[in-house]
Write a protein that binds this ligand. Structure first.
Ligand code: GLU
Length: 282
């Protein structure tokens, strides 16, 4: 059932990378070596004839560094100012690197409104389809400069699953700071078992994630399982893997058993808006 070899045939792939995979832990500065590696791997996916969407975090973190702030921004205007500066810097860097491989890339910034409002959802989908048909790699982030509670996704795990559903992707890869899903917190419980394949998302997964410690659990793993619900119900396989080394993206597509694979099971009644409006439903 969990045939990894099938991943080789995936055509439309969304890759999500989190801030922690993009910056040096010690300094918070961009890890240029990793960014370069990520861009090269995504360009190679294009060379294999695949369509690629990148969902990248990092706007706020990068902006903070550019503005010379030592602390995390504490107010909303400051956070949004950081995002405004950082998003520009991040995209400039991505485009420079993609250009080295003659790969066109673009920026798409979204909020929850983009999806909930029918007209903008329709437009967004058309833009994605147009870009992908021209071989461009869209680089997506939440529009943090204007997002507030009511209109924000809040995390790029959810955003990337929504994008995967919107563009009818057949694979979503979440590059995270964990290897995948365990039955318990592997740092606390040596009997915790790694779960390689999830044919169906059971309610018990939420309990496992809730019971787990800070690194593995709260927020982190639960939002990822939520993302998996959206992606798999929309008909898209999803993998959570460790973004410590981006080369795993290449190995995943080669069919190697890396990370946790959540299998798609298209729900005929799938309604993206319902998932978004209902929010976390467990
Ligand atoms: N949109 C945020 C940023 O780019 C990150 C959100 C997330 O990583 O989940 O800074």
């Amino acid at each position: 059932m969990c045939d990894r070899a099938l991943l080789k045939g995936k055509k439309r792939i969304v890759v999500k990378v989190g801030s922690s995979s993009l910056v040096h832990e010690e300094t918070g500065m961009i890890d240029l070596f990793k960014l370069e590696q990520l861009v090269r791997i995504l360009c190679d996916l294009r060379n294999q004839g695949k369509e690629v969407v990148l969902v990248s975090s990092g706007a706020i973190g990068v902006g903070r560094k550019v503005l010379g702030l030592n602390e995390r921004p504490s107010t909303l205007p400051l956070k949004q100012a950081c995002a405004s500066v950082g998003q520009g810097a991040l995209i400039a860097l991505y485009q420079r690197l993609f250009n080295e491989y003659h790969q066109n890339s673009s920026q798409i910034l979204m909020t929850k409104h983009t999806i909930v409002k029918e007209k903008s959802r329709f437009n967004a989908k058309n833009t994605f389809d147009q870009l992908l048909s021209m071989g461009v790699i869209p680089i997506v982030n939440e529009n943090d400069t204007i997002s507030t509670d009511e209109i924000e996704f809040g995390d790029n795990d959810t955003l990337s699953a929504v994008v995967a559903a919107l563009v009818n992707a057949d694979l979503l890869i979440l590059m995270s700071d964990i290897d995948g899903l365990y039955t318990d917190d592997p740092n606390k419980n040596k009997d915790a078992k790694f779960i390689e394949c999830v044919p169906k998302i059971e309610k018990s997964f939420y309990d496992m994630a809730k019971g787990a410690g800070s690194d593995f659990g709260t927020g982190g793993m639960i939002t990822k399982i939520d993302a998996a619900r959206i992606a798999t119900d929309a008909g898209c396989d999803m993998i959570i893997a460790n973004g410590h080394d981006f080369r795993v993206i290449h190995h995943i597509i080669e069919g190697e058993t890396i990370g946790t694979l959540f299998l798609a099971h298209k729900n005929e009644d799938f309604n993206l808006i319902q998932y978004i409006e209902e929010g976390k439903r467990h």
